[in-house]
Design a binder for this molecule. Structure first.
Ligand code: ADP
Length: 542
C-alpha cells in the first residue's frame, strides 16, 4: 500500500521559489571583473534568472541541451545556474584552468550549444573556437560598457540580452530526475569524465549539506565559498545557502587573494567559508604577514585534499575558528563525509582530539559507505583495517555522461578509488588513492599520512610522497619536499622528524628537495608526473 502524501518533485526550481518567497531580501555580494563589490538580493537574482530563461527561449535552446559556462563565482554565474537548470537545460560548468586541449575536449564531448564566458576567458575561447563545432554562439558575461572587441562568432553581451527580455517567465514542470548540471572531473589520468547531476540529487544534497552536524546552515549565516562554481557546483553552496536564506558572498576572480578574502570576510560578516587546503594556507600566510585576525568567521570547511593538523591548530589558536574537514568527490555532488564531534569527544586530550579532527569525518545521511579488501570482502570498522572505499546513495553517480559503461557494481556500490579506514565511531580516514598507495613488502604505507606529517614541520611548505622501486621490498617511500622560503632543513633533520610519529618501517628511505611540485588544475599534486620524474631514482642501500 502506498502512502497518501504528495509526489511533489524535488526540483531546483523549488529552492528558487521558496527562497524568493521567504528570503527575497537576503543579499548576494560578488566581486566581478567590472565591479569590485556588486550587491543585490535573491529576489533580484531570480528576477534576472527569469529574464535569462527568456533569452534561452529566444536562442531556441531545447530541453536537455548543454550550455557551457567559463566563469568565476559571481552573481551572473549564480543566475545562470538557476536559469539554465530550471529551464530544463544542463548547466555545464567548464574549468578554465584546465589545459586548452582539455577544455576543447570537454566542450566537444558535452556538445555545448552556447558558451557563457567571463571577459577574462574570451581570448582563450577565440583561439579554440574553430574546434568547437557544436557551439552556435558565445555570451560574454558583462555589460555594453565592458564588452570587449572579439572575433568570437555570434558574440553577444549578457546584459544587453537580459535588457531586451521580460522578467516574467513560467518555469516548466520537470521530472525530478531531469539532468540539471554537468561537471567533468579533471582526472589526473585519462580523459576527463562528465558527472551529470540531477535536480533530485541536487536538492537532496542541499538538504544533507545544511544539516546541523554538517554545514549547520541557517538564515543567520553568511557563506563564502572559495571553491569555484566550476568545481562540483562550489560544493553545493549555491543551492544550500539560498535554501536556508543564508547570505552569499562570491569572491569572483579573487579566490587566491588573501587580502581580498580577508576584507570580504570582515566587511560582509562571513560566518562560514569553504575551500581546499591551499586556499587556507594562503589566507593563514596573509594573516600572519599582515597581523590581521578574523572576527566574524566561526567555521571553515576544508576538503578536496587532506587537511594538515597545523591548519586546524592555527585557525583555532590564532583566530578562534573551528575547522571541519570534509571529504567527497565530483561523482558525489560532492559531499560524502563531514567531521563534527560526537558527545564527549571535545573533552579528550589535545593529541587525541586533533587525531579525530584530522580524519575526513563521519558519513552524512544519504551516503552509505563501506571498505573492502582486494577480493571485495567487507572490512571491519576498527580504525585499523584499510581498504577500497565504496559509496552508495541518491547523490552518487551511477555512470559518466556519454558512456554506456555502468560504474557501479551489482549491488549498486560506486568505487571511489580512495583507500580508507573507518573507526568504530564511524569516522573515516583516507589513507591514499588506490593508485598512490605504497606497497612495501606486501603491506600498505599511506602516502597521505607521511605528507601530512612532513607538512607539519615548520620549515616545510609542501610535500609529496611516492613509491619508488626497491629490490627487496618492491616499493619504498620517497619524500619530495619544497622548503619554506629561507629554510635550510636537511635530509637527516627531515627524517628524524618522523621519529615517534609514525611506524618505523613507514619512514621514507630518502628525501629530495625541489623548488616546486607539479599541480593539477584543481590544485592537487600531480603524483603521476612525480612518479614519471623519479621512476629511475635509486634509493640509498637498494
Ligand atoms: P578532481 O580533483 O579530479 O576534480 P574531485 O574533486 O572529485 O576531483 O576529487 C575527489 C578526490 O579528492 C577524492 O576521491 C579524494 O581522493 C580527494 N579528497 C577529497 N577530499 C579529501 C579530503 N578531505 N582528504 C583527502 N582526500 C580528499
Amino acid at each position: 500500500m502506498h502512502g497518501l502524501m504528495m509526489d511533489t518533485p524535488l526540483l531546483i526550481t523549488g529552492i528558487m521559489q521558496f527562497t524568493d518567497a521567504n528570503f527575497g531580501q537576503r543579499e548576494i555580494v560578488s566581486v566581478t571583473a567590472d565591479n569590485p563589490l556588486h550587491r543585490y538580493t535573491y529576489a533580484d537574482a531570480f528576477r534576472r534568472a527569469r529574464r535569462a530563461a527568456n533569452v534561452l527561449k529566444r536562442l531556441d535552446v531545447q530541453r536537455g541541451d548543454r550550455l557551457g559556462t567559463l566563469a568565476w563565482n559571481d552573481y551572473r554565474h549564480f543566475e545562470l545556474y538557476y536559469a539554465i537548470s530550471c529551464y530544463g537545460a544542463v548547466c555545464h560548468t567548464v574549468n578554465p584552468r584546465l589545459f586548452g586541449e582539455q577544455i576543447e575536449y570537454i566542450i566537444n564531448h558535452a556538445e555545448d550549444q552556447y558558451v557563457f564566458t567571463d571577459v577574462a576567458f574570451v581570448a582563450l575561447l577565440e583561439q579554440m573556437q574553430d574546434q568547437l563545432e557544436t557551439v552556435k554562439g558565445f555570451v560574454v558575461l558583462t555589460d555594453a560598457e565592458h564588452m570587449p572587441q572579439t572575433k568570437l562568432r555570434n558574440a553577444m553581451c549578457y546584459e544587453d540580452l537580459l535588457a531586451e527580455e521580460s522578467d516574467r517567465y513560467d518555469w516548466p514542470d520537470l521530472d525530478e530526475r531531469t539532468a540539471s548540471a554537468l561537471c567533468y572531473t579533471s582526472g589526473t589520468t585519462g580523459k576527463p569524465k562528465g558527472v551529470l547531476f540531477s535536480h533530485r540529487a541536487t536538492v537532496l544534497h542541499a538538504y544533507g549539506e545544511a544539516m546541523p552536524d554538517v554545514f549547520d546552515l541557517s538564515v543567520m549565516d553568511c557563506v563564502l565559498p572559495v571553491v569555484p562554481m566550476f568545481h562540483v557546483n562550489a560544493w553545493g553552496t549555491p543551492y544550500a545557502a539560498p535554501m536556508v536564506g543564508a547570505k552569499l558572498v562570491l569572491p569572483g576572480p579573487k579566490m587566491g587573494d588573501g587580502q581580498v578574502l580577508h576584507e570580504l570576510m570582515e566587511s560582509e560578516g562571513v560566518s562560514i567559508s569553504l575551500g581546499v587546503p591551499t586556499v587556507w594556507l594562503g589566507l593563514l600566510a596573509y594573516l600572519d604577514e599582515s597581523g590581521q585576525t578574523l572576527s566574524s568567521v566561526k567555521r571553515i570547511v576544508i576538503g578536496g585534499a587532506a587537511c594538515p593538523a597545523s591548519v586546524v591548530e592555527k585557525f583555532r589558536d590564532l583566530h578562534q575558528v573551528y575547522v571541519h574537514q570534509a571529504w567527497g568527490m565530483t561523482e558525489m555532488t560532492p559531499l560524502g563525509t563531514f567531521n563534527t564531534l560526537k558527545p564527549g569527544m571535545a573533552d579528550l586530550p589535545q593529541d587525541q582530539l586533533i587525531a579525530i579532527q584530522t580524519k575526513q569525518g563521519r558519513g552524512v545521511y544519504g551516503v552509505e559507505m563501506k571498505i573492502t579488501d582486494d577480493d571485495h570482502h567487507d572490512l571491519p570498522w576498527d580504525g585499523k583495517a584499510f581498504g577500497g572505499l565504496k559509496v552508495r546513495g541518491p547523490w552518487v553517480c551511477s555512470g559518466y555522461f556519454g558512456s554506456e559503461e555502468a560504474r557501479i557494481d551489482a549491488d549498486g556500490w560506486f568505487d571511489t578509488g580512495d583507500v580508507a579506514t573507518i573507526d568504530p565511531e564511524g569516522f573515516m580516514l583516507i589513507t591514499d588513492r588506490t593508485k598512490d598507495v605504497i606497497k612495501s613488502g606486501g603491506e600498505w604505507i599511506s602516502s597521505i599520512t607521511l605528507e601530512n606529517s612532513a607538512v607539519d614541520h615548520p620549515q616545510v611548505a609542501e610535500a609529496a610522497v611516492i613509491g619508488v622501486a626497491h629490490p627487496k621490498w618492491g616499493e619504498r617511500p620517497l619524500l619530495i619536499v619544497v622548503r619554506q622560503p629561507g629554510a635550510d632543513v636537511d635530509k637527516s633533520e627531515m627524517l628524524s622528524w618522523f621519529d615517534g610519529k609514525i611506524a618505523k618501517w613507514w619512514i621514507p628511505d630518502d628525501v629530495v628537495f625541489v623548488d616546486e611540485l607539479p599541480h593539477t588544475a584543481t590544485g592537487k599534486i600531480r603524483k603521476v608526473d612525480l612518479r614519471e620524474q623519479f621512476q629511475d631514482y635509486v634509493l640509498p642501500g637498494s
